[in-house]
Ligand binder design. Structure first.
Ligand SMILES: Nc1ncnc2c1ncn2[C@@H]1O[C@H](COP(=O)(O)OP(=O)(O)OP(=O)(O)O)[C@@H](O)[C@H]1O
Length: 244
């Protein structure tokens, strides 16, 4: 198995506040890593470092074998899918324009290829073609989230970063989206990093779960291992209600 993402001794502070200290992590190609932890522990910061939206103060980050500080940041982001909670769609663009935005840039005018990608991903995330001409404000929360996922996947990235993508939808829609995402993961073999506040979601989606507290890794293990052998009191408390 090859390494898809590697953090080597990464430090990050905001002013005086240290968020990540000597942070090391290796994610293998094809893993679905869920990331959970206390609010403010550095989950989003960590995720945004993978696509260069946040730069480390020290240390190195390798994505698909390359030191990203030496890569073209625009190309790096185009090749990594990114889906976040709510409001990620371009409000002034239709659903079709939103989903085809990155494929258009990558396919350089091959419209047929872009159209095919849009059609394929609309189908996979369970959206009807009739909404292609609508604007984000004319969609339900669940539909917006699905368009966000389709947009993140439309460029066929090898790597998908998701920051609480289902945080703003109701429980039923959330369960459906989780099921669809699992299916997409199974079909594509893509590597996924998924930040969540919901331990049940972390356990059901992840092939491994990363539990963080105050910028430190509490445990990095499979869902089964986490439930069976929590490494710290923090992890034990987190998984406790899932055991009943
Ligand atoms: N641009 C910034 N300037 C100053 N402080 C920041 C900035 N971004 C994040 N922080 C702080 O750094 C810490 C880590 O933030 P981060 O967003 O990575 O946490 P998180 O684990 O994703 O939190 P949450 O679960 O609440 O979304 C928090 O205390 C946050 O307030």
């Amino acid at each position: 198995m090859s390494m898809e993402i590697e953090f080597r001794n990464v430090d990050k502070s905001y002013g005086e506040k240290s968020v990540l200290k000597d942070f090391c992590l290796q994610v293998e190609k094809g893993e679905f890593l869920t990331i959970i932890g206390t609010s403010g522990c550095g989950k989003t910061t960590m995720l945004k470092m993978v696509n260069g939206l946040i730069t480390p103060d020290a240390g190195e980050i390798f994505v698909m074998g390359k030191d990203i500080s030496k890569e073209d940041q625009v190309m790096l982001r185009r090749n990594i899918g990114y889906a976040i909670q709510g409001g990620v769609l371009f409000p002034h663009m239709t659903v079709e324009q939103n989903i085809s935005y990155v494929p258009n840039l990558l396919n350089k005018g091959d419209r047929k290829r872009t159209e095919n990608a849009v059609e394929k991903w609309m189908g996979i995330v369970g959206l009807d073609d009739e909404i292609l001409g609508r604007y984000p404000a004319e969609l339900s929360g669940g539909q917006q989230q699905r368009v966000g996922i389709a947009r993140a996947l439309a460029a066929s990235p090898e790597l998908l970063l998701m920051d609480e993508p289902f945080g703003a939808v109701d429980e039923i829609t959330k369960a459906q989206l989780q099921k669809e995402l699992k299916e997409i993961y199974r079909k594509t073999g893509i590597t996924v990093l998924f930040v969540t506040h919901d331990i049940a979601e972390a356990l059901t989606l992840g092939t491994r779960v990363l539990v963080m507290d105050h910028g430190e890794i509490q445990q990095l293990a499979t869902p089964e291992e986490l439930l069976k052998n929590p490494a710290t009191d923090y992890v034990a408390r987190l998984v406790e209600k899932e055991l009943h």
